[in-house]
Each structure stands twice: as C-alpha cells, then as structure tokens.
Design a protein around this ligand. Structure first.
Ligand code: KG4
Ligand code: ZN
Length: 348
C-alpha cells in the first residue's frame, strides 16, 4: 500500500526507532507516535563505571555488538516484522560521533535493503517528545526544560518539530555537574541517580552553594561555578582533616541545581504566557526537581508534564515519537544522512 493510501485510510503508522548517541543502545517500535509497542535498552553503564565516565571508543564498539540484537528484540516483543514498519527513525545528532554513526549506518542499511523510508531525528527533539507518550492530551505549544548529561536547554515548543531555544547552559550541563560532583564525593558514575539517593539522607540547607545568575540572558544557566564551589568545599574538609559530609554535600548541591532550574523554568512559562510546562532528559528523573516543579506549577496553575524515569534517560521510544511527527509532515532522510555530533535544535 502506498504511503498516501495509508494516510488517507487512517491506518496505523509504525515506526522502528534507533538510538545510539551515547552509552545506551536502544530500539523501539512506536505506533502512531504515542503508543510504545516495545522499548529495548541495552545500557553500557556498568562498562563505563570502571572508567568513571563514558569512553567514546568503548561506547561505539559496544553499540556495534548490540545493535542487531536490540532491533530484533524490539520487533519481536512488539510482534511485528521489519516489513510492517512504515519508517525507520534514527538519532543522527547531537552526541558522540562514533556512537551516532553505528545507529545511523544501521538505519541506512535497513532502509536501503527494504525500501522503508528513513527519518533522521534530533536527540533533543526525542527527549522533548518523550512527554507525548504518557500524556496523550499534551500538544504544543508549551515550554520544556531539557536537562541531560550533555544539555540544559529551556525550549519554547511552538509546534511539532518547531523549537526556539530561550535559555541554555554557558558551561556544564546540569547532568554533567551531577556526574562531576558525584565523582568528587566518591559516589561514582552515573552521578545523577547516586546523588539523588544520597541527598535523601542529607540536609539541603547544610551548606550554601552559589546559585549563578548569567548577566545578559536571564534564562541561561551556568553550573561550573557551583561545581567549583563543591570541589573547594571538599578540599577545605580534606585540609582540615575532616570527613567529607557526603549526604549533606549531595543534598545541598542538588538543592542549588533544583532551585535554579525551577526558578528559570517557571519564570519562562509565566513570561511567555503559557499554562503548560514539560521536563525531559536524564536529570528530569531527579526526585527533588520533580517535587519542586510540581509544587511550583500547582501554585501558579501551570499544567506540569513529565515522562516516567525510563523515558527521561536515553531510549528509542522517544525517537519513535519524534520521528512520527517528522514522518507525517513528510520529512524523509536520504542515504547520505550523516552523524552530526553538534547538531543544533531547529537545524534540518
Ligand atoms: O538524557 P540522558 O540519559 O543522556 C544524555 O542525553 O545526556 O542523561 C544522562 C544524565 C547523566 O548526567 C545522569 O547523571 C543524569 O542524566 N541523571 C540524573 C538522574 N538520573 C540521570 N541526574 C539527576 N538525578 C537523577 N535521578
Ligand atoms: Zn539524551
């Protein structure tokens, strides 16, 4: 059946989605953009933990080992054959170039061999679109905070596939700060979930860490000063021969990040005149951040949307959701699709 016939007959659109931009090899089958038929994630975290962070070369090699298996599992768990798919959606940036290339090459090979159309997807657009999966009523426009290991963006989601970045980090991403602080206090990689857990035992008011303001854009973030303040505090403890108060540092650091992210986000929602706000990316699974945003949104009568933790960190279901909206708009990628490690949001 041709694509046009399929659209006009209101038939289901099935997307096979592939994600390999960092340290998760993932594939998913997504129906009509919002229904997840399968969502398979092979995490490499235990491998990279040995080195205290993601080693790009190891990530690429592991993706190659896992990708076919993950795709087969995604199709079989969903109960479909490859030929049932209407499109192959794949993350082509931003991310680690060697890691991205594995997914992109795989998707191109499948598309070439089967004739199934190919749709390149922006990783951040994927994170934002994770919100559509469990919130069937959510439609643009809205404001979204994307906070992950590589990005901290405040985004105005004007329409499907139409974004304006209104704030970004000037230095470290929020997740990167979590990872670096966790390493410094001996919690290891990945830092976010470990600080989240340790903070529950600590006092968020115990140590006052700075909340950076960025001079010329009220919506931009800066986390490197906060990270340095934590490192200085740890040095101070060591020089005085004091034990490092891990739980209090975790709680106080987390509180500083949460306050800044919450304050910027709620101000953006108000000033842009929206009543809907969503969060996305690995840091969006942080329990203190979710609680602070929930309370803030309730006070200001803003509807607050957030994905389940498994859809916050890297996965392919979110790429399938984003890929669907690109696909129905008519976006198609050629076999010359390449990995773009620093792809900007809104760039085609
Ligand atoms: O979205 P993601 O899986 O990968 C990127 O696109 O970067 O995000 C991973 C980041 C890591 O920095 C990790 O430490 C952080 O998200 N993260 C968290 C939590 N879970 C993951 N940060 C704070 N609290 C969490 N619960
Ligand atoms: Zn990500």
């Amino acid at each position: 059946m041709t694509e046009e016939n399929k659209f006009s007959m209101n038939q289901d659109i099935l997307i096979l989605a592939i994600e390999s931009s960092c340290d998760e090899t993932a594939a998913a089958v997504v129906k009509n953009g919002r229904e997840v038929c399968s969502n398979i994630i092979a995490s490499q975290i235990s491998l990279h933990t040995l080195y205290g962070g993601v080693v790009p070369e190891i990530a690429s090699r592991k993706h190659i080992e896992k990708i076919n298996q993950v795709i087969e599992e995604a199709l079989s768990e969903a109960g479909y054959a490859l030929q049932d798919m209407d499109a192959i959606a794949v993350t082509y940036g931003p991310g680690l170039v060697g890691a991205l290339l594995v997914g992109v090459s795989e998707a191109k090979a499948i598309s070439f061999a089967t004739g199934i159309p190919l749709v390149g997807v922006h990783h951040i657009e994927g994170h934002i679109s994770a919100n559509y999966i469990e919130n069937k009523e959510l439609e643009p426009p809205f404001i979204c905070l994307v906070a992950s290991g590589g990005h901290s963006h405040l985004v105005e989601v004007k329409d499907y596939g139409k974004y304006e970045i209104i704030g970004r980090t000037r230095d470290d991403a929020a997740g990167e700060a979590f990872d670096k602080v966790a390493r410094a206090i001996g919690l290891g990689y990945p830092g976010g979930p470990k600080i989240d857990r340790a903070a529950k035992e600590g006092n968020p008011q115990a140590i006052h860490f700075p909340r950076a303001r960025v001079e010329d854009n009220d919506y931009d973030f800066s986390f490197s000063g906060l990270k340095s303040a934590v490192l200085n505090y740890i040095n101070g403890c060591q020089m005085k021969g004091e034990t490092i108060p891990v739980a209090d540092i975790a709680a106080s650091f987390q509180q500083a990040v949460v306050e800044v992210l919450t304050e910027h986000s709620l101000r953006a929602v108000r000033q842009y005149g929206y009543d809907k706000f969503a969060i996305a990316g690995g840091v969006a699974s942080n329990s203190a951040l979710r609680a602070a945003l929930q309370t803030g949104c309730e006070k200001q009568k803003i509807r607050f949307y957030y994905p389940s933790p498994i859809l916050c960190t890297d996965n392919a279901a979110m790429i399938g959701a984003a890929g669907y909206y690109e696909f129905i708009k008519g976006v198609r990628s050629g076999l010359d699709l390449n990995a773009v490690p620093n792809l900007k949001l809104g760039e085609g």
